[in-house]
Design a binder for this molecule. Structure first.
Ligand code: GDD
Ligand code: MN
Length: 327
């Protein structure tokens, strides 16, 4: 019978899956475990690789979600898909040190705890090569979390923990499943003090693939009140509008072009700036490169063409009807 289920949320982790399974097998000798990958339809085909591996390895299962994204909800749905009495959550990218799993597992059982969290901040643990910005945000998160939860976590943003399924069932109906702070959600929604344990570890650098949570860091600053992507999208739009006005002014005032010509060029510049900024920042997890980038830009122009045409025509119309060109 399975004693421990390991939930691994994945998005574009194809290159890490095999190595992770090998490391788990090595670390978990003597423990009856299963590994459940929860994949959000990764374009790199992580889910099909997991299915292939599961044919040969009965410990492996895959849950493929279509039209969905989200680390928290992936973890929650993975945890609910198993009947194991203890459930671990672990990243796929080998940054979490799986070698401490047996210690976490034995701690949660022998000390009858609700939750054991792997922490980068306690003695013996380390954030690895995290940037100062992330370190600062992590400390801010720590202060915020102890103010809203019933226990003091030294690493509340950790995505590496083992939970007793009875405790999960106590809180699972209240947790939001939004964003990436699943651990914080779990402790914050408990109605009683959480029996908590911690095991220190050193956060390893990522070998393959890219981090998906970089752009989500705003969440920690603004407390998740506004969806991060919306905020970034708005900021990109603002930069695009500024670029538009700057080009317009230069073409009109310096180059003395006609208004329609200047407005047309300015609109194209703004569209291009918006496209590239959104590609690099807002949608960096789906970033286009090479020929797909060119194709993406052209289809973006096409999609914006009617709006751009209307923009130029309406602006010219307003100008012709007496609106002043300058201030
Ligand atoms: N299913 C699914 N859906 N998985 C996702 C998604 C998603 O939308 N976004 C990220 N993941 C998976 C990744 O594939 C990886 O296995 C894990 O979640 C963590 O994502 P990373 O992209 O590696 O983020 P990180 O290294 O910055 O995350 C670290 O910091 C976070 C917050 O401080 C880890 O320690 C996380 O566990 C921690 O929550
Ligand atoms: Mn990572």
């Amino acid at each position: 019978m399975v004693e421990l289920a390991i939930i691994v949320p994945t998005f574009n982790e194809r290159d890490n899956v095999g190595q992770l399974l090998a490391s788990l097998e090595n670390a978990l000798a003597g423990i009856e475990y299963e590994v459940i990958f929860v994949d959000d339809d990764s374009p790199d085909g992580t889910a099909s690789l997991v299915r292939e591996l599961s044919l040969a390895n009965p410990r492996v299962r895959g849950l493929q979600r279509i039209g969905r994204r989200g680390l928290s909800s992936a973890c929650v749905e993975g945890m609910l898909s198993t009947a194991a009495p203890y459930i671990a959550v672990l990243d796929a990218d080998l940054q979490h040190d799986e070698a401490i799993l047996p210690e976490m597992f034995s701690k949660v059982r022998t000390e009858r705890l609700d939750l054991v969290v792997a922490t980068r901040n306690a003695q013996g643990g380390s954030m690895g090569d995290f940037s100062t910005l992330r370190l600062g945000l992590s400390h801010l998160g720590k202060r915020l979390s102890s103010s809203i939860s019933h226990c003091s976590l030294t690493d509340p943003m950790s995505g590496f923990f083992v939970i007793d399924r009875r405790f999960l069932e106590e809180v699972v109906h209240s947790i939001s499943g939004i964003g990436f702070k699943v651990l914080l959600d779990i402790v914050a929604f408990s109605n009683r003090p959480v029996r908590l344990g911690e095991v220190p570890y050193v956060f390893r650098p990522r070998l393959h693939g890219e981090s998906k949570l970089d752009t989500l860091l705003f969440d920690k600053k603004i407390g998740g009140f506004v969806p991060t992507q919306f905020l970034i999208f708005g900021m990109v739009g603002l930069i695009g509008a500024t670029a538009h006005l700057a080009v317009l002014v230069v073409l009109l005032e310096v180059n003395r072009r006609s208004f329609v010509a200047a407005q047309t060029v300015a609109t194209i510049v703004a569209m291009t700036v918006n496209f590239f900024l959104n590609n690099i920042i807002t949608y960096r997890d789906r970033r286009l490169r090479g020929s797909r980038l060119v194709f993406g830009l052209l289809s973006f122009y096409l999609a914006c063409s009617i709006g751009a045409l209307v923009n130029v025509r309406v602006a010219a119309l307003i100008l012709n009807n007496g609106a002043p060109l300058g201030m």
